[in-house]
Design a binder for this molecule. Structure first.
Ligand code: PHB
Length: 387
C-alpha cells in the first residue's frame, strides 16, 4: 500500500514539467556578510541590493523562490572557514554569496573549490580569487583590488604629482591596493616614497599622519572603507593636512560615508567603478527603486555590487531552467554573462571578474561627482589564473 503511494507520487512528479517541479523547492542561498564591525554598513547595502534584484524579477529566480541562510562573518578571517562550511554542510545551500573582507572571501573560495558549490563574491577584491585561486564555480560582481588603485596611480602621475605616499590597513586588500597603486603610479613616471600601514581595523591614525606631514609628499593615495574611512578623512582634516597635501583614494574612501564625513571630504578625488551621479536612465531607475524600497536610503557601490550578484544569479538559473543541480548550464551562463548594471554594462572576464570602466570622481557638495573616466574597460590581468 505504502509502496503504491510512493510510486504514484514518483510518477506524478515525473509527469510534471521541469519548471513546476523546480517550483516545489526553494533555492537555498547562503549569504555570508559582515553585519557588525567596521564593514557592517557595507554588508547591509549588499544584501539590500541583492534583494532588490530578486524583487524586480518577481520575487523568484527562474520560477523559484529564494530562501536565505545568513551568517554575520564579522570580517573575521579566523571564523571564516567554519562559517562557510556550516552553510554548505548544515544548511546545504545551492549557492554561496559573500563577502566584503578579502581574507574572509579567500576562505569562502577554498570552501567553494572543495565543495563545488557556486560562489558569487559581491565585494571583496582579493586578487587571488580571480587569479591563482580562480575556479569554474567562483565569480565576482565587484572588482579586483588591483583594478581600483592601478587606475588611481596613473591618474595622479598624469596630474603631475610624482612623489606619493600610500596609506592603508595591513591585510590582503590594503597590501594589494598599495602594490597596484605603485605599479600604476611608477609606470606613469611617479615614485612611491613610502607605504604606511596600520593593523585592520585599527583607526589610530595620528602617528602616521604626523609621519606624512614630515615626509611632505606631493600626493597621498589610500585605501580605507566603511567606518574606518569616516575616521580617516576626519582625522586627516583635523590634522591640518587637507589644505596642504592632496588626498586620493580608491573610491571606497568616500563611498556610502559622505554624510558622516561632511566638510572634511570635500575635494577628495577617487577612482571607482561606480558613482551615484552617473547620468544614465539605468542608474537613475536603480537609485529610485532602491530608495523607494529602503526608506530613502541612498544606494552606493556596495548596493550595486549586491544588485549585480542578483542579476548574475538570475541569468545563471534561467539557463539552468531553475535547477541549480544543472551546474554545467548554470556556470556556463554566469561565465558568459553580460550585466546591464547601474554602473554601466560590463561582462565577465575569462577569470570571472568584471571588465569595467573606472570612473574618476571628486567630492563636491557632499556628492561623488563624476569628472571623467580614469580607465575605459579595465580588465584585471588575472595573473596566475588557469581557466
Ligand atoms: C576587501 O577587503 O577586499 C575590501 C573591503 C572593503 C572595501 C573594498 C575591499 O570597500
Amino acid at each position: 500500500m505504502q509502496r503504491r503511494h510512493f510510486l504514484a507520487a514518483a510518477t506524478l512528479s515525473l509527469a510534471l514539467p521541469p519548471l513546476a517541479r523546480a517550483q516545489a523547492a526553494k533555492l537555498r542561498v547562503g549569504l555570508m556578510l559582515p553585519y557588525t564591525g567596521t564593514y557592517a554598513q557595507l554588508g547591509t547595502a549588499i544584501e539590500n541590493g541583492l534583494r532588490l534584484a530578486l524583487a524586480q524579477g518577481g520575487g523568484r529566480l527562474a520560477g523559484r523562490e529564494a530562501e536565505f541562510f545568513k551568517v554575520d562573518d564579522e570580517s573575521d578571517p579566523a571564523k571564516a572557514t567554519d562559517n562557510a562550511n556550516r552553510l554548505v554542510t548544515r544548511d546545504k545551500v545551492d549557492v554561496l554569496v559573500g563577502t566584503v573582507h578579502s581574507g574572509v572571501a579567500m576562505a569562502m573560495v577554498k570552501v567553494a573549490r572543495e565543495s563545488g558549490v557556486p560562489l558569487i563574491i559581491p565585494n571583496a577584491g582579493a586578487n587571488a580569487a580571480t587569479g591563482p585561486a580562480c575556479a569554474p564555480n567562483v565569480f565576482r560582481t565587484s572588482f579586483s583590488n588591483w583594478q581600483t588603485t592601478h587606475a588611481l596611480g596613473k591618474v595622479i602621475a598624469e596630474r603631475g604629482q610624482k612623489k606619493a605616499v600610500f596609506i592603508t590597513w595591513k591585510y590582503a586588500a590594503g597590501e594589494e591596493a598599495a602594490a597596484a597603486f605603485r605599479e600604476g603610479f611608477e609606470k606613469a613616471g611617479g615614485t612611491v616614497v613610502k607605504e604606511l600601514y596600520l593593523p585592520f581595523p585599527n583607526v589610530e591614525f595620528q602617528a602616521l599622519l604626523t609621519e606624512i606631514a614630515s615626509l611632505r609628499p606631493e600626493a597621498v593615495g589610500s585605501f580605507f572603507a566603511g567606518a574606518g574611512a569616516v575616521k580617516f578623512v576626519k582625522d586627516w582634516a583635523a590634522a591640518g593636512l587637507k589644505d596642504r597635501i592632496p588626498l586620493y583614494g580608491s573610491g571606497f574612501l568616500t563611498e556610502g560615508v559622505l554624510p558622516a564625513q561632511g566638510e572634511a571630504a570635500e575635494g577628495i578625488v577617487t577612482t571607482l567603478h561606480y558613482a551615484d551621479s552617473l547620468d544614465t536612465p539605468r542608474n537613475k531607475a536603480f537609485r529610485a527603486a532602491y530608495m523607494a524600497a529602503y526608506n530613502k536610503v541612498e544606494p552606493d557601490v556596495y548596493a550595486v555590487q549586491g544588485y549585480d550578484a542578483g542579476l548574475l544569479l538570475q541569468q545563471g538559473l534561467e539557463a539552468a531552467k531553475g535547477d541549480p543541480a544543472n551546474r554545467a548550464a548554470l556556470l556556463a551562463a554566469m561565465e558568459g554573462a553580460e550585466i546591464d548594471s547601474p554602473r554601466g554594462r560590463w561582462r565577465m572576464s575569462r577569470a570571472h571578474n568584471p571588465i569595467q570602466d573606472i570612473y574618476l570622481r571628486r567630492v563636491e557638495k557632499g556628492d561623488n561627482k563624476v569628472i571623467g573616466v580614469a580607465w575605459k574597460a579595465l580588465e584585471d590581468p588575472a595573473r596566475g589564473c588557469k581557466l
